[in-house]
Design a protein around this ligand. Structure first.
Ligand code: AMP
Ligand code: ZN
Length: 113
């Protein structure tokens, strides 16, 4: 449910987060358990359950999410970076509000575990 969602609560200011960017459609904040020197999340204000929860009506929003993640990476210590979207518990998704991980600031191995 959107109202009980952790990231919806961060958007509403009910749970604190260290924000690095926000506009009318997106919010970006530093991950509470960083996996790299640069690790922040970019989320839409609109509650979508994850990548598979987006519809064609969300195409522009999802495109902006990716572009903004790339733009913010370069401006926050990660000229080389990885963008990650987890979908489903088996893929590592733990918060069911669409979020783009932006990781960088150290060498990143491939493939991920
Ligand atoms: P995922 O596992 O892809 O669903 O990613 C969820 C991410 O949210 C994880 O990297 C968590 O460390 C992060 N996270 C959980 N709670 C918070 C919070 N209150 N503030 C910032 N990041 C959080
Ligand atoms: Zn939400």
């Amino acid at each position: 449910m959107a109202g009980e969602c952790l990231f919806c609560k961060i958007i509403k200011g009910e749970i604190p987060a260290k924000k690095l960017y926000e506009d009318d459609e997106l919010v970006a904040f530093w991950d509470i358990a960083p996996q790299a020197p640069t690790h922040f999340l970019v989320i839409p204000r609109k509650h979508l359950s994850g990548p598979a929860g987006a519809t064609p009506a969300d195409d522009a929003l999802v495109g902006k999410l990716l572009r903004k993640g790339a733009e913010l990476a370069a401006a926050n210590g990660a000229p080389a970076f990885r963008l990650v979207l987890n979908n489903g518990p088996e893929a590592g998704q733990t918060v069911f509000h669409l979020h783009l991980h932006v990781l960088g600031g150290r060498p990143l191995t491939w493939p991920p575990g």
